[in-house]
Design a protein around this ligand. Sequence first.
Ligand SMILES: [Zn+2]
Length: 188
Amino acid sequence: MSTLKNGDLCPVCEKGRLREIKKDLVFSYKNSSKKFRNESVFKCNVCDYEALPREANRRIEKELTDFRRNINGLLLSDQLKAIRKSLGLNVKKMAKLLSVNEKTVGRYENGKITQSEQIDKLYRILHKFPSTTNILRPDVSIPISSFRGHIIVEKMYNYIPEPESAYNTYLLSDEYFDLKRSENATRC
Ligand SMILES: [Zn+2]
């Protein structure tokens, strides 16, 4: 889908036209809330449909995923990426190592989906003990230099929250962020 613009036909009611407005967006999750100030939103002048432009959608989606991860004590997008990089692995090899779909690692890193608690633990173990890759997948070799890598990661992130209870997987629309739906989704 192309980018949203003023005057686009509303995809929901197919009667109204979309118009760009500025508004603050507030998302709540488990008694916490996160605010995005003065965002451009395309609003239908007939029904109550609202959508974000693609760029804002991606940015907010990633920030919200990290917002929920942080509350649930899971590693954040950039931490997952830093751990993978410290192991000297590309996303394909990392996926093999974790026994997940090839695209999944990229989706963890750009906040499209949240890793399970089990995968989160694997990341932490790999981060502390890179040599465990040999146990998980002897066929995925990691560069020797990676065995020192995790020290750099620890410098970058002083605080890595411990996993607690929750196990949340969110898969949001790739195109537009349906504000109504996502607001509901975050209110658990
Ligand atoms: Zn409409």
